[in-house]
Write a protein that binds this ligand. Structure first.
Ligand code: ASP
Ligand code: MG
Length: 590
């Protein structure tokens, strides 16, 4: 007999009829010979309504009382669903988070699950009952055993955590969409349903998929190897499986990792090529990476920094073995990219003595300080950072090869990682190179100009943002240094949530001047478009294809930042939707 955990979201239990429909599906699942635990959300928009009520009474209601309030939403649903299931002749029992023993940190409104005691649920299952559990809530481990909530969207987390604790054979997330799609179907009606996606891809697509499945739930599924599927409550269609390689055994105490970083990775024998001062216009990146792809040069990191005086710098890394080919391509195409205006040798920089170090972990989503912590650690170890590139779950820095061992040791110590690993990753060699495309219209670009090129500057600047609870991504450091009053300076840019941009500018401006930096510039009229696919690791030319497609649509790329399985471009906001459609089409995802 298989044990299944099913989770039904707010829309799926939004009315008495819908609860009845859920009850029927529950009974069918039991009749098919399964033990069943059901996790539910609050009905419809109940939670929003409760938040609104509290706000009518206070602009800053106590977080403890908010948890007491919001937890009632799920409690309504568990009782109603149990009644509906019993009405169909199937024994069922409702349990709150505390009754199950979902023990969390005492952090109200954003508690992480520490442990789930399986005994009571197992006892009721043995009695032949369906156990209906309130999602999103738990009980604090310490003190007065208060009601806690896990944060908005937290019932996905409850469901997958229960599945992990009960060693269920699957966790099924029922929602009002058919599964995970290749992109947002409201913008691209041709978006296709995916039959599967890797957990890492899902996490990198957080901006696309988070509404369907909470990243914390994906992280638990990945850590504990919980087979996870997202499907529609209204149909019997198979939905989308979220797959991960079988993880090493892991303790169930401290269930949601308290750590933000899971791994320190490195790649040695890397080389960097930078092409400086190319014109800021559509098609340049496409030409360059197209030429590299034709020569079968496998490019790893790519960064393109903000422009200064209407030119861009583009830098990329390759394995040392390809350096000669890559350099030849870059030098041959450089005059073309520069419109034959400048002497070429000053424009192509090659460094063949670099290494890449990365920190990886789903826990860094929503934790602003992690990247800053990495930069600080490197600075304290005396390691200068050359290139920075970040994604949702990874921050990579290129450094001098001679600094590599020291950097790894410092990072492992800082993040309490026992062994670092060589990045080479062949586990998803058969995955498609592009699984999905995401558009983020909620970003603004933040640039700090003329940052003195000295150790620890990135740490200082991003530390300030982190201290103000501002999350950022796509951090890029320009290649070119400009001498201002005898000091070499670089520009650093990143993207932040639009709502944080004004704050970010304000807090940075105060310190930037003291640190000897130039102006802090915000541009809100941007969009970020990203492709994600585990198979791009082993497929040269994916980036070129993306850039070429954008060029063909006459879309200028303002910034580029990549991680192992993701490539992001910043474009003008007015072209964001067009960019998404173009790329989705270019990779034949429709
Ligand atoms: N009811 C909570 C919310 O609306 C939890 C959930 O539905 O996942 O955020
Ligand atoms: Mg949800």
């Amino acid at each position: 007999m298989a044990l299944i955990v099913q989770k039904y979201g707010g829309t799926s239990v939004g009315s008495a009829e819908r609860i009845q429909a859920v009850a029927r599906r529950v009974v069918e699942t039991v009749k098919a010979g399964n033990d069943l635990v059901v996790v539910v959300s609050a009905m419809g928009k109940t939670t929003d309504g409760l938040v609104k009520l509290a706000r009518e009474l206070s602009s800053q209601p106590s977080r403890r009382e908010m948890d007491v309030l919001l937890a009632t939403g799920e409690q309504v649903t568990i009782a109603l669903l149990s009644i509906a299931i019993q009405e169909l002749g199937q024994p069922a029992i409702s349990l709150t988070g505390a009754q199950v023993g979902i023990v969390t940190e005492a952090e109200h409104s954003r508690a992480r699950i520490l442990e789930i005691a399986p005994d009571r649920v197992e006892r009721h299952l043995k009695e032949g009952k369906v156990v209906v559990v309130a999602g999103f809530q738990g009980v604090s481990a310490t003190g007065d055993r208060d009601i806690t909530t896990l944060g908005r969207g937290g019932s996905d987390t409850s469901a997958v955590a229960l599945a992990a604790a009960l060693k269920a054979s699957a966790c099924e997330i029922y929602t009002d969409v058919p599964g995970i799609l290749t992109t947002d179907p409201r913008i691209v009606p041709a978006a296709q349903l995916l039959t599967e996606i890797t957990a890492d891809e899902m996490l990198e697509l957080a901006s696309l998929g988070a509404k369907v499945l909470h990243p914390r739930a994906v992280e638990i599924a990945k850590n504990y190897g919980v087979p996870l599927v997202v499907r529609s409550s209204w149909t019997d269609d198979p939905g989308t499986w979220v797959v991960s390689p079988v993880p090493p055994p892991r303790s169930l105490t401290g269930l949601e990792i308290a750590r933000s970083v899971d791994a320190v990775e490195f790649a040695v024998n890397q080389a960097k090529i930078a092409i400086l001062q190319v014109p800021d216009r559509a098609g340049i990146a496409g030409q360059l990476f197209g030429a590299l792809a034709r020569e079968h040069v496998d490019v790893d990191l790519i960064v393109q920094s903000i422009h200064e005086g209407n030119t861009n710098d583009i830098a990329f890394t390759v394995n040392k073995q390809s350096i000669e080919r890559a350099q030849a391509v870059a030098e041959a195409i450089s005059p073309v990219l520069h419109d034959h205006l400048n002497p070429i040798d000053a424009q192509v920089l090659v460094a063949d003595d670099i290494a890449k170090v990365s920190i990886v972990g789903a826990g860094m989503i929503g934790r602003p300080g992690v990247a800053a912590q990495m930069f600080k650690t490197l600075a304290e170890a005396g390691v200068n950072i050359q290139m920075i590139s970040t994604s949702e779950i990874k921050v990579s820095c290129t450094i001098a090869a001679t600094d590599c061992d020291r950097a790894i040791a410092a990072l492992c110590q800082q993040f309490e990682i026992s062994t670092s690993s060589n990045e080479i990753d062949t586990k998803y060699i058969t995955a498609p190179s592009v699984r999905g495309v995401a558009l983020d219209l909620d970003r603004a670009r933040l640039a700090i100009l003329q940052v003195p090129d000295r150790l620890g500057m990135a740490a200082e600047l991003f530390g300030i943002l982190a201290a103000n609870n501002i999350s950022l991504d796509a951090i890029i450091q320009s290649q070119r240094t400009r001498i201002i009053a005898g000091v070499a300076t670089r520009d650093i840019a990143c993207t932040v949530a639009q709502g944080d941009a004004a704050d970010a500018k304000r807090v940075l401006e105060a310190s930037a001047a003291q640190l000897g930096c130039g102006a802090v510039v915000v541009d809100e009229s941007i969009a970020k478009v990203s492709i994600v696919g585990a198979g791009m690791v082993s497929n040269p030319g994916v980036a070129a294809q993306m850039f070429t497609a954008l060029a063909a649509a006459e879309i200028n790329i303002q910034m580029i930042s990549t991680s192992e399985i993701k490539i992001s471009c910043v474009v003008a906001r007015s072209q964001g939707i067009d960019a998404l459609k173009t790329i989705h089409r270019a990779f034949g995802l429709g």
